[in-house]
Design a protein. Sequence first.
Length: 257
Amino acid sequence: MLWNFLLHPLARGQDINAPDTTNLRRRIIQEKSFLRMLYEEWYQSIADELPPQPGRVVEVGSGGGFLLRMVPDVIASELFPVPDIQVVLDACLLPFASASLRAIVMTDVLHHIPRVRLFFSEASRCIRVGGSIVMIEPWHTRWSRWVYTKLHHEPFRPNAAQWEFPASGPLSGANGALPWILFDRDRSLFEAEYPQWRIGSIETCMPFRYLLSGGVSHRGLMPGWTFPLWRGVENGLRPWNRWLAMFAKIVLERRPD
């Protein structure tokens, strides 16, 4: 299969759940200029949504990323020790005092949390009123469902009856459709279970650029100098994002209990 042929040389034969794979992904992100610019855009978008109040910002699942360069006071965390990580933690058991955080942020992480209800309970405890959860996650559309089921290794199950899924590994365990399930398909259920969270905004985006970047596992299909051109193409396609988008930026706002 062509997609397997396009595997990045550093990604071949790697255990996706091993810390060494996360280190290699950091190198891949930095070496692929198109992918690096995509992450820079994501991180700037996250930074723009942070509430202007006191308190620390925690990034859950920092992995091979570099948000710390753009949000200097962020606490970078991961499930296992890797370079540039300040705290090793489980998102379902956060080691922070109640009402001590102004935000939790994440990129491509929520859909890997097998017991997502525990995460939201912990986030509700740790984030003060007026704070937020800001995330960029896979999203379900006609186009993305085809891409995620045909070209991506992670499970993508928009018809899953439950929010939870087996915890097979920190990165291999997933349901890529979980953010869409929580905040679209089961939105009324989420709002009923967590009235302290207001779904402030859902901005769908990026029908093609992540695919063209090759992500953290495949060779890039476009050189870095084409990134602004493809951004312009996607901006022109925004009216059709409900059918084409592969990702969404989701902002949740903490209400009083």
